[in-house]
Design a protein around this ligand. Structure first.
Ligand SMILES: Cc1ncc(COP(=O)(O)O)c(C=O)c1O
Length: 418
């Protein structure tokens, strides 16, 4: 194992990564006496002190229910919750706070669109278009709505490098297509989808587009108005915020036309036993007491990212990806799965003759946390004829030194099975 005093294989350009690392208390943890090398950011990210503080501050100073109290504390909680919505709106460059719906995460956001947008619209024979590199949460909700309506799920193929086949996409997009739902950044391959081009083609055919931004949100600058996407979904926990909170962005004209997803408190204007008048956006889609503290802490997470700047983060992570790709290719038997020219922050790989779980378990003994398995994207694994891969995924606080530790660990794995 590489020691702290050893020289790096190649020093990186100067960024403030050591200062950023200090913002994340958990990075000081040791695993079996070894420093934690956390390379499972695609699954969930660690939290900076400012996010942790924001949760503590909420419970110490603001805790009350929102939108319903006449007392001052409830007003404080409501103000902080709505301020978080404004932070999200600015972060994504949406046009209006009403277009920002707080949900549990990407999964709930996509289910909401499937049930409230697609289900009332779909007829037998209509088509939903997804890609073959989707996470299960951008597959299963569409299968469910297809079963409910008789619509058909169509799948855009990918190349051996993990790039979307744009010719096939153009062919699949036809008069039966009612919605395109694709990942902005693949969690299994790291591919960045050509979403600008895809949205332009879909809109030319009169078809709206949902982007699954679960991975993209912490690595790429997302501007929903520049993209002109119709829906954008992401999870707070993948961008240094808490679990249990996420966002659905939707264009107001679409959201306004959609029925509520769930019924309950807060989403109503007036209720009698005969009928209910629904609330306006965004509350129409936020039935019940929301995850108030989660939304506020998500706001703190987005402030943290904005203070560093996504372009700075993307440049640092691009350097890590290039560095890791070069070094890992030298590990005997290692194959990188996903070689698209436009990639971010995710390195999926196999080592010949060694099960991904064994790779993950052996690395864990050296304090290195990676993911092993199908990454909730079984169809993309099937596309490559694999049961699973090992996956290292990077965040802003990772370093070249940590990649050296990973690569030393991989050589060790390889030698153990030789
Ligand atoms: C591309 C992608 N989409 C959707 C999800 C689901 O996110 P969540 O479980 O936070 O709802 C994930 C999570 O790994 C993901 O990587």
């Amino acid at each position: 194992m590489r020691m702290e005093t050893e020289p790096l294989l190649h020093p990186a350009a100067a960024v403030d990564v050591e200062a950023w690392r200090l913002d994340f208390p958990i990075l000081q943890e040791t695993i079996r006496g070894k420093p934690l090398v956390y390379l499972d950011n695609g699954a969930t990210t660690q939290k900076p002190q400012s996010v942790i503080d924001s949760e503590v501050h909420y419970y110490n100073h603001l805790n009350a229910n929102v939108h319903r109290g006449v007392h001052d504390l409830s007003q404080r909680a409501t103000d902080a919750y709505e301020a978080a919505r404004t932070t999200v709106r600015r972060f994504m460059n949406a046009g209006d706070d009403a277009e920002i719906i707080f949900v549990r995460g990407t999964t709930e956001a996509i289910n909401l669109v499937a049930q409230s947008y697609a289900r009332p619209l779909l007829k037998a024979g209509d088509e939903i278009l997804i890609s073959s590199m989707e996470h299960h949460s951008n597959i299963v909700p569409w299968q469910m709505v297809c079963q409910q309506t008789g619509a058909v799920l169509k799948v855009i193929p990918i190349s051996d490098a993990g790039e979307l086949d744009m010719e096939a996409y153009a062919d699949l997009l036809d008069s039966r297509t009612r919605l395109v739902a694709v990942t902005h950044l693949s969690n299994a391959l790291g591919t960045i989808a050509p979403v600008e081009q895809m949205i332009a083609l879909a809109h030319a055919a009169g078809v709206p587009v949902l982007l699954d931004g679960a991975q993209a949100i912490s690595h790429l600058k997302v501007d929903v108005r520049a993209l002109d996407c119709d829906f954008y979904a992401f999870s707070g926990h993948k961008i240094f915020g808490p679990t249990g909170i996420g966002v659905l962005y939707g264009k107001a004209e679409l959201l306004n036309a959609m029925p509520p997803y769930q019924g309950g408190g807060d989403m109503i204007r007036a209720v009698t036993f005969e009928k209910t008048e629904y609330n306006e956006l965004p509350y129409k889609f936020e039935a019940g007491t929301p995850n108030i503290v989660g939304a506020i802490a998500l706001g703190a997470a987005l402030d943290y990212v904005s203070a560093i700047g996504l372009d700075v983060i993307a440049a640092h992570e691009g350097d890590l990806l290039e560095y890791a790709t070069d070094l890992m290719q030298a590990v005997p038997g290692l194959t990188i799965i996903g070689r698209a020219p436009r990639k971010a922050s995710i390195l999926s790989f196999t080592i010949a003759g060694i099960h991904p779980h064994d790779i993950g378990t052996i690395l864990d003994h050296d304090g290195i946390a990676i993911r092993a398995g199908h990454h909730c994207a079984m169809p993309v694994m099937q596309r490559f004829g694999l049961a699973g891969t090992a996956r290292a995924s990077f965040a802003l606080y990772n370093t070249r030194r940590e990649i050296d530790v990973l690569v030393a660990g991989l050589h060790k794995v390889q030698e153990m099975f030789r």
